[in-house]
Write a protein that binds this ligand. Structure first.
Ligand code: ZN
Length: 190
């Protein structure tokens, strides 16, 4: 089995492969954000990492005939975009050797004060969110459990609460999850 070398990029804004989260390119290497990909909007980059290229292919694009190579993530083999090997029209020559990555196939990671996070994407319609919470009266074992299940539109599907007795708030929180999950399963979500 081969050893996969994964390169990490420096800088505060990094685009990563959406599928496997290895670094793909830096925000600083964007030449243009105004490109059309197969799956919607795409960006033109000076350089990308953690990829391998497919064979040369002649392809008719919106801006004319080009020789391109498809770009694959070297970690998960997902197709990420294409590279311009050759442009026939003079006005398109600036793209030669440059890389188009599909926005839809990337996540942008923004580094802020030494911590990193991925930009939030809303849950899809086939998912529900179960919010659980417990409360406990100080120095007693008297408390309550409650949960609410919402769909992607934020509409409440089910909510319940009940008084309960437990030793610590962590036990209460865990009990609430145990209480809520059967309702999610009963509603047809697994
Ligand atoms: Zn990947």
């Amino acid at each position: 089995m081969g050893f996969l070398f994964v390169e990490s990029l420096p800088g505060p804004k990094i685009f990563k492969c959406k599928c496997c989260k290895v670094d793909s390119s830096s925000h600083d290497d964007i030449i243009s954000k105004d490109f059309q990909g197969r799956f919607g909007r795409a960006y033109l980059f000076r350089t990308v990492v953690n990829i391998f290229l497919g064979p040369d292919e002649e392809r008719k694009l919106l801006s004319g005939l080009h020789i391109v190579n498809d770009i694959y993530c070297s970690s998960c083999q997902q197709i990420l975009g294409w590279r311009y090997e050759k442009a026939y029209e003079e006005s398109q020559k600036f793209k030669e050797g440059k890389y188009v990555l599909e926005k839809e196939r990337l996540v942008k990671e923004v580094l802020l004060l030494g911590t990193s996070f991925c930009l939030w994407t809303p849950q899809t319609m086939d998912l529900v969110k179960l919010n659980c919470g417990a409360s406990l009266v100080s120095y007693t074992n008297i408390g309550g459990l409650g949960f609410i299940i919402r769909n992607a539109a934020g509409i409440e599907l089910h909510a319940a609460s009940e008084p309960s007795a437990f030793s610590t708030i962590l036990v209460g929180e865990a009990e609430t999850v145990r209480m809520g999950i059967p309702f999610v399963v009963a509603a047809g979500y697994t």
